[in-house]
Design a binder for this molecule. Structure first.
Ligand code: PEP
Ligand code: MG
Length: 588
């Protein structure tokens, strides 16, 4: 049994599907002379099948998500047609009698040597593409996957170092029931994606790829962070029961999607969805969200080969708004940097502390042409059309730190409006909001709210900055706790100031979906919550079991406690009493 960080609740049992950098069987680095022809054929077969896969994916993703998102697969396909690269692999198999996986591993090393030294972030990103392609080829060369079908029988548990955006898109093809990663933590993007799809996941399981091979039976317990490798049949049976309970409860709860979100004493609350693209907007509607509270636009850029133009952005934003419940959508401008990088914008040199470096609006300000094009595209997507006569679009800026930045942002928006008016393009004025995720902004919130129309609390970042603990580093994840007394104190003061100033306030960090945090936030006076769509039914159900008075009482009791553990224990016990049926989905 291994322990990691629980990042997406629920239990899953299934066979491991390892996404290795490249798996080379140590017994088979070299092959016999008579095996060379067969190995070349195996490599060719893997190449042919990978090309076919990539074409299929390109078509599918283009249809479902759009041309930009599909572009990455065209890049990957072109790598498989690159004769210089393919000839290298063939040459090593022939001349040095390396097995195909060993030759592919050498290929990655070869390009790593060449590209890692380059200063150009674009070239560095090419290395990631080569790795991606090599992983795909190796999957076809691995003995488990060669047995007939493309995937292992039954649902799979994906085991990876980290999940790359392109891999996440590909996962759409496989019945993924669980995710285990070596790196990452609660708020890393692999975790966010797992949660948005309702897949139980555990991150930060150091060295798990060395212990698990594809085909091993795994149990993933996303509630307490345990991963069991080839456990005894009795243990498997017990977990299969829990798995069934988890999925049954989730399906059962999804029936409440039509009902409004109200507390036991009849107070209406707003449950909104965090999304990454048009497809997620549909999931948000299916799960009963009343709108989109956070559209993270960076995924459009992460899967794109270059900066998308204004028209392309407009097309995607329009589709997202059209698919959003009630056509309500808060669009956040590009938030890259930290753990999200794109090759064409961003770091020139590696930063020692990327989360405290050149990210979000800090970066957008330095690419004013791009930034303005994004703002214009959002303002245009906010204009009514025949199919969406009353869109409710809001524009949200991440990582706001100072009042000067807010003034500069407002000036940018006015400039974008003037440009659109001059060009005679249809657009609408939209409410402007700030993400509250930097402690300095929390301290100054009283002064800042007069410069914005709404506030959205980004608790993922706010917590990491408050606690000085990297949100992606499993070593310090014990400090990144939403129920830490210091965090609760800051959140309460922000919510109070916003409510007093009648400035609408939402919380869109991952803690909105934590049942324990949810009740305390309710007690603080928060009424708008934005979360991964998969959690909406659970939180809606929970809300129906809690009255405001109980939530306030619980908050008062929690505030008397000095440690996170005590607060957690107190709230969990109370939740078990108030909503015992939700036990399978409560995280430990
Ligand atoms: C946050 O920081 O809480 C947030 C919602 O934004 P992201 O996770 O994309 O940084
Ligand atoms: Mg953030």
């Amino acid at each position: 049994m291994r322990k990691g960080v629980p990042v997406s609740p629920g239990v899953a049992v299934g066979h491991a599907y390892c996404i290795h950098e490249v798996f080379v069987d140590p017994q088979r680095v070299h092959i016999a002379p008579q095996e060379v022809a067969g190995e070349l054929a195996r490599f060719e077969n893997a190449r042919r099948r990978s090309i076919a896969d990539l074409r299929g994916l390109q078509e599918k993703v283009e249809k479902q998500v759009g041309k930009e998102a599909a572009a990455v697969f065209a890049v990957h396909e072109s790598i498989l047609h690159d004769t210089a690269l393919v000839d290298k692999v063939r040459g090593w198999i022939q001349a040095e009698r390396l097995s195909a996986p060993a030759a592919l591993a050498r290929l990655v090393e070869h390009y790593r040597g060449l590209l890692e030294k380059a200063d150009d972030p674009y070239l560095k990103e090419r290395l990631a593409d080569i790795r991606d392609v090599v992983e795909r080829l190796t999957a076809y060369l691995s003995p488990v996957l060669e047995k007939g079908s493309k995937v292992l029988p039954g649902p799979v548990i994906v085991v990876a170092d980290e999940l790359l955006p392109s891999q996440v898109v590909m996962l759409g093809d496989k019945p993924v029931h669980g995710i285990v990663t070596q790196s990452g933590s609660q708020t890393s993007h692999a975790a966010i994606i797992a949660r948005s799809r309702g897949i139980p996941a555990v991150c930060g399981v150091d060295g798990v790829l060395r212990q698990v091979k594809s085909g091993d039976l795994l149990v993933v317990d996303g509630r307490d962070g345990h991963v069991l490798i080839n456990p005894d049949p009795e243990v498997v049976a017990a977990y299969r029961k829990l798995e069934r309970e988890f999925f049954d409860l989730r399906d059962q709860l999804a029936h409440n999607r039509e009902s409004p979100a109200v507390t036991r004493d009849g107070t209406t609350i707003e449950l909104l969805a965090n999304i990454n693209g048009p497809q997620d907007a549909e999931a948000a509607a299916a799960m009963g969200a009343s709108g989109v509270g956070l559209y993270r636009t960076e995924y459009l850029y992460l899967t794109h080969a270059s900066v998308p133009g204004e028209e392309e952005q407009l097309d995607v934003y329009r589709r997202v708004v059209a698919a959003s419940p009630n056509h309500r959508c808060t669009i956040r401008t590009l938030d890259i940097g930290g753990d999200k990088t794109v090759p064409f914008l961003g770091r020139e040199n590696r930063e020692a502390n990327p989360f405290m470096g050149w990210r979000s609006i800090r970066l957008s300000f330095e690419h004013p042409e791009f930034f303005l094009s994004q703002i214009r595209a959002v303002l245009r997507a906010a204009a009514p059309t025949a199919t969406v006569p009353r869109p409710e679009v809001r524009l949200l800026f991440p990582m706001v730190t100072t009042i000067e930045e807010l003034r500069r942002l407002r000036a940018m928006v006015r400039r974008a409006e003037r440009q659109l008016a001059e060009q005679g393009k249809e657009f609408a004025r939209v409410p402007l909001g700030m993400m509250l995720e930097v402690p300095a902004a929390a301290v100054m919130i009283e002064e800042m709210i007069s410069s914005v129309d709404f506030v959205s609390i980004g608790s993922n970042d706010l917590i990491q900055y408050l606690m000085a603990a990297d949100r992606d580093n499993p070593r310090v994840s014990h400090l990144c706790q939403p129920l830490a007394p210091a965090v609760l104190r800051v959140l309460e003061s922000v919510v109070r100031v916003c409510n007093r100033g009648r400035t609408p306030v939402t919380l869109c960090g991952e803690m909105a979906a934590s049942p324990q945090a949810f009740v305390l936030l309710l007690g603080m006076g928060l009424r708008q919550f934005s979360m991964s769509p998969a959690f909406i039914p659970t939180i809606k159900e929970l809300a129906a079991h809690v009255s405001l008075e109980e939530a306030r009482r619980l908050l008062t009791a929690a505030k008397k406690m000095k440690t996170t553990r005590r607060i957690h224990r107190l709230v969990t016990a109370e939740l078990e009493r108030l909503a015992p049926a939700l036990r399978p989905v409560l995280m430990d």
